[in-house]
Design a binder for this molecule. Structure first.
Ligand SMILES: Nc1ncnc2c1ncn2[C@@H]1O[C@H](COP(=O)(O)OP(=O)(O)OP(=O)(O)O)[C@@H](O)[C@H]1O
Length: 338
């Protein structure tokens, strides 16, 4: 059932002559984890600031939990927990006391604030370390403490800007699992802005690809992939025990199979692109020809390929419109790919 929690309608933000956000329309449903992807300067932070009522749109409207973020930012702030990429704590105080302090600031009564803070520390996996000073926490522990600070408000929406920056791979994995668990158990809506495509892919239900203030695409990863790679939605690599001989005949046979758009060979490996999953037919075909199959590998398109394809399409469109700035964009893309 449709239950929009965040709604952006024709949102535009100008900084002088620079269009940081350009006529952005987007709806995020209750309980969704939505990933906002884009290179540096794409307009992600500006969009988030408008959602929080911290900066005013030049035109358009943003509502969060039914409240207009521009005219009623205080109501929005009560519903939303915001986690910037670098949260500050009182280093000399214990992590638990930091949390109690935030709880008090958010109006939690004195009788319940400490038990609630303790509960949140357990929830984010810091129960054993809650009496340590925040200044002694590692980067990953600080991110968890930041999440506890957001959760103590019991928000309906959590907005995170690069939440896993500087955390080691094991810490990232644990942190993302925690976000997924919170969303499943408490039906919290999460908006996650990130450059880390593989992390976004692991945790997000839908993603938006954002470039130069414009949303180029917004959908489920599988749907974006089907849309972009429909001609070669299923690519299968088949490896044989020896070099493939009589390839011309083989290739003609494969192209006769329904949906096959391309078949190539390199030494002992054949790659077939198809609009449907016809792997069993390929295997039967080669077995029928007396070839010994050593391995079958089905390629899946990840967010990285999807992002790259959208980015390239955007560049091609700009090139054909004769706009400049391509080298800059390409260098940003290389940076993201690292
Ligand atoms: N206060 C401001 N005054 C002028 N220009 C700004 C201001 N804030 C942001 N911009 C510009 O707006 C554009 C979008 O910036 P924004 O910070 O929203 O991008 P971003 O997608 O969050 O980037 P990053 O991934 O680097 O955080 C950039 O060109 C930036 O230089």
């Amino acid at each position: 059932m449709e239950n929009p929690v965040i709604e952006l309608m024709g949102l535009t933000k100008l900084y002088g002559s620079l269009k940081a956000v350009d006529n952005l329309s987007l709806t995020i449903q209750k309980g969704e984890i939505y990933g906002l992807l884009g290179p540096n300067g794409a307009g992600k932070t500006t969009t988030i600031l408008m959602m929080l009522g911290l900066t005013e749109p030049t035109s358009g409207k943003v509502t969060v939990c039914g409240y207009n973020a521009t005219s009623n930012p205080v109501a929005v702030k009560k519903k939303v927990g915001y986690m910037p990429d670098n949260m500050g704590f009182y280093d000399g105080m214990s992590a638990l006391d930091n949390l109690v302090y935030i709880g008090r600031l958010n109006g939690i009564p004195e009788s319940t604030v400490r038990p609630r803070a303790t509960e949140m520390m357990d929830l984010v996996g810091l129960g054993q370390a809650m009496n340590k000073k925040a200044g002694t926490y590692s980067r990953g522990m600080k991110q968890r403490l930041g999440l506890a600070e957001v959760l103590i408000k019991q928000p309906e929406v959590i907005i995170m800007d690069e939440p896993t920056l500087g955390i080691d791979p094991a810490g990232v994995s644990a942190f993302l699992s925690l976000i997924r668990q919170l969303s499943n158990q408490q039906n919290i809506t999460v908006l996650l802005s990130s450059h880390h495509l593989n992390q976004v892919q692991r945790v997000c239900d839908r993603v938006g690809i954002f470039v130069e203030g414009r949303l180029l695409a917004s959908d489920h990863i599988a749907r974006l992939s089907n849309h972009l790679f429909s001609r070669d939605a299923h690519v299968v690599k088949i490896t044989f025990d020896d070099q493939v001989t009589g390839w011309t005949e083989c290739q003609a046979g494969l192209l006769n199979i329904e949906g096959v758009t391309r078949a190539t060979v390199h030494e002992n490996t054949v790659e077939v692109s198809c609009t449907r999953n016809a792997t069993p037919e390929f295997v039967r075909y080669f077995v029928g020809k007396g070839l010994n199959i050593m391995g079958v590998h089905q390629k899946e398109y990840g967010l990285e390929e999807i992002y790259q394809r959208y980015f390239e399409n955007n560049l091609t469109e700009k090139e054909s419109n004769g706009k400049s700035g391509n080298l800059f964009q390409r260098s940003i893309f290389k940076k993201i790919k690292k």
